[in-house]
Design a protein around this ligand. Structure first.
Ligand SMILES: CC(C)(COP(=O)(O)OP(=O)(O)OC[C@H]1O[C@@H](n2cnc3c(N)ncnc32)[C@H](O)[C@@H]1OP(=O)(O)O)[C@@H](O)C(=O)NCCC(=O)NCCS
Length: 171
């Protein structure tokens, strides 16, 4: 199966923060943001595998920068690496200054999606072709990240996480 370029999985989504999206102090609710990120990343996964994709996991997200009513947020996602039936997708969120159009990165998360066939069974995925320096770096580091999340999910023993061990020794 021929690989697919990272750029072909890119998905960009823009949202305007309205009162219904906010908490009692006028900040965007974390749950709304996570929902947008899940859909944005899910579309990247679908672009990669050309099939139904379900969220298997989501790595840590911190809510350090408040997003307010009237702000514009831009979500940007792409597949970093495909494994066997699962793929890692990065979703980055940028808060845009409406006067200057300047963008500040506010959030980032790594999702894992699994491609499913029409019987809802996991399907073998094509490989990802990383082209830029950043894409290549994300591709390489996707393996230790995968091992870390599989350890947390109880699906891998830490003694078998060889890429993670190498990553931790180097960093
Ligand atoms: C995700 C799901 C398909 C995995 O099915 P499963 O029977 O556990 O299948 P497997 O153990 O063969 O795992 C399939 C792939 O998912 C990966 N995976 C499973 N759980 C994972 C987790 N917690 N984090 C990251 N990857 C995970 C496996 O590593 C495997 O990837 P690989 O083939 O590339 O090695 C299944 O748990 C499911 O359908 N979950 C519900 C999905 C859903 O509805 N999501 C919406 C949010 S509620």
């Amino acid at each position: 199966m021929e690989g697919r370029k990272v750029i072909d999985t890119l998905n960009i989504q823009t949202e305007l923060i309205m009162p219904a999206h906010t908490n009692p102090i006028g900040n965007l609710m974390g749950g709304h943001l996570l929902s947008w990120m899940d859909v944005c990343a899910g579309i990247s996964a679908i672009k990669h595998c050309g099939a139904i994709s379900v969220t298997a996991s989501l790595d840590n997200v911190s809510f350090n920068l408040p997003i307010k009513i009237g702000d514009i947020v831009i979500l940007r996602s792409f597949v970093t690496r495909a494994f066997n039936t699962s793929m890692e997708v990065i979703c980055e969120v940028f808060k845009q200054n409406i006067q200057t159009q300047e963008e500040i990165k506010s959030h980032e998360a790594f999702f894992t999606f699994v491609g499913l066939d029409f019987n809802h069974k996991p399907v073998k995925l094509r490989q990802v072709i990383a082209e830029t320096e950043r894409e290549k770096e994300l591709y390489i580091d996707a393996m230790p990240r995968r091992e870390m999340r599989l350890i947390k999910a109880g699906k891998l023993k830490s003694k078998d996480a060889l890429h993670l061990k190498e990553f931790l020794d180097e960093n």
